[in-house]
Design a protein around this ligand. Structure first.
Ligand code: DAH
Length: 362
């Protein structure tokens, strides 16, 4: 073996040692750079082959090339092994055992009082056999007013009482059935639910509603739950029994309800429903004061209700609602109002400030 080929063999041995010794892909890359990189001895030697005398050139060239190819293969193989081992180690180190209990439970906060109250009310009606359905917050004049038997002159149609959607084509035509608006109540879903399902129907509809109002008892956006029951032989007594069950579940087993005549366009007769005050007896607190909650009246208004007006059923008569054959009741309540009454929250806006000191109390 010539001096040159011996040198090549030595370089190859040194490189192999470095390759075998590399314990990580990073170390292997270092070994590659120092033994096969641009400044490394073996490539240098290869570049010098042309200057050798012709007798040596072929032999040395071949030896150096073979050494280089062999080393490249060795690096490739070792690199594959190291990368695989590193991946395996990482998968083990970073693995998450999703079967483990989160115990103790991390402090993740709690549900907002409005959400808690919505769920509590939903539970009462689900237990009575009602389905929970939801509907669009952007409604149309048709569903929000017309199909609910609102006269064209009904004042809540005015832009002072209803947010109309600016579609970019000038001021909205508030009498066109398809003019979009933010629903002012969850009642439009009475109509949509009946369009989607023939009678009998028992649904409640929680959701956001919108009105241009802002003070201690009004926010521009708040929540309602609508109820609708349509079947054969439903009477006002069914309505009263249902609402009594609801009032007792939410405000306590001692409660009574009373119905007062009222007007809503979509119910006939319409009633406002009061629950007996749960803060006093007969309007007087235990220490002889006029009760601040019911203002000494012994009753607290909680919702609007009534027997569904036949005109509303006629609006969906194509969907199987014949007012001569089926009838029922509807009701609608403000979730915030129920929560405030139940928990003594004095100002509606507190529920939207999201001050942690308030939220933590529920
Ligand atoms: N939509 C009414 C409101 O927002 C509440 C209401 C009253 C709903 C009577 C009803 C009902 O379903 O029958 O003031």
């Amino acid at each position: 073996m010539s001096e040159m080929t011996e040198r090549i063999a030595a370089l190859e041995r040194a490189a192999r040692e470095a390759i075998d010794a590399a314990a990580t892909t990073l170390e292997l890359e270092d070994a590659r750079v120092s033994h096969l990189g641009r400044r490394a001895p073996l490539p240098n030697l290869l570049r010098g082959v042309a200057e050798l005398d012709p007798a040596q050139r072929a032999q040395v060239g071949r030896a150096a090339n073979e050494a280089r190819r062999a080393l490249e293969e060795a690096i490739e193989r070792r690199g594959g092994d190291l990368a695989q081992a590193e991946l395996r180690a990482r998968l083990i180190a970073e693995g998450v055992d999703v079967t483990l209990d989160a115990d103790p439970l991390p402090a993740v906060g709690r549900l907002h009082l409005i959400t808690q109250t919505r769920r509590e009310i939903e539970d009462v009606f689900v237990a009575l056999g009602y389905d929970v359905v939801e509907g669009p917050e952007v409604e149309t004049v048709h569903y929000n007013f017309d199909a609910l038997n609102h006269a064209p002159t009904h004042p809540s149609r005015l832009p002072t009482d209803t947010f109309y959607i600016d579609t970019g084509s000038g001021s909205p035509d508030i009498f066109a059935p398809d003019t979009p608006l933010l629903r002012v109540h969850t009642s439009p879903m009475q109509v949509r639910a009946m369009e989607a399902q023939p009678p009998p129907i028992y649904v409640i509809v929680p959701g956001r509603v919108f009105r241009p109002d802002s003070d201690a008892t009004h926010t521009p956006q708040f929540h309602q739950i609508e109820g609708l029951a349509i079947d054969t032989d439903i009477t006002l007594a069914d309505l009263k029994g249902t609402l009594l069950t609801f009032a007792r579940a939410i405000f306590g087993e001692q409660r009574e309800v009373r119905l007062r005549p009222h007007f809503f366009p979509f119910t006939e007769p319409s009633v406002e429903v009061d629950v007996s005050c749960f803060h006093c007896t007969g309007g007087v607190t235990p220490d002889g004061q006029r009760c601040p909650l019911c203002k000494g009246t012994a009753w607290i208004e909680i919702l609007g209700s009534g027997m569904v007006d036949p005109n509303v059923l006629l609006a969906v008569s194509d969907h199987g609602y014949d007012p001569e054959r089926v009838q029922g009741f509807a009701f609608g309540m403000g979730i915030e109002r129920i929560a405030m009454l139940k928990h003594g929250v004095p100002d509606l806006r507190l529920l939207y400030d999201n001050d942690i000191r308030l939220l933590e109390q529920f």
